[in-house]
Design a protein. Structure first.
Length: 158
């Protein structure tokens, strides 16, 4: 199947528009909430949330902050700080699955990934220390503002 546009940029744009349509319809969110709330156990809800996080991580390169944290707060009932901590704990297996899949397709840019990892390791340690001391309400507000800024930049472009 030939996607509109040329090459990877056309494919990426088509995927992005499809995701916007999916998100705009609230179908994915309604489905996830139905699955999570109908789960008989807390861990079943976490599994449904993890499914959404893994799906969006593999598809969009996001998961922890953008998908998991809001769902852990809204659906699993975790506090904001605990949701961040649980999300951070899930990053390694989520990333490993993505790396294996993209690596098999030859899509990993090792030098760029290594440079990004060095900065991320330092930043994650500093961020985790700040998270441990952050006021719950301020953390929730800062996270919400961050998501709004990212969403605006994604829609407006750069």
């Amino acid at each position: 199947m030939q996607l509109p546009g040329k090459g990877r940029a056309g494919r990426d744009f088509t995927i992005y528009v499809s995701i916007l349509n999916l998100i705009g319809s609230n179908a994915w969110y309604s489905w996830l909430v139905d699955v999570a709330l109908s789960s008989r156990t807390y861990y079943g809800r976490l599994g449904a949330i993890g499914l959404a996080g893994g799906l969006f991580s593999g598809l969009l390169g996001v998961g922890g902050g953008v998908v998991l944290v809001p769902l852990l707060v809204l659906v699993a009932g975790l506090g904001q700080r605990n949701a961040h901590a649980v999300s951070l704990g899930a990053i390694v297996p989520i990333s490993a699955a993505g790396v294996l899949t993209f690596g098999a397709a030859g899509e990993i840019h090792v030098v760029e990934a290594a440079a990004l990892a060095v900065g991320s390791i330092v930043g994650a340690q500093a961020g985790a220390r700040l998270l441990a001391r952050a006021d719950e309400r301020r953390l929730k507000l800062a996270f919400g503002v961050f998501l709004l800024i990212v969403a605006t930049l994604m829609v407006v472009g750069h």
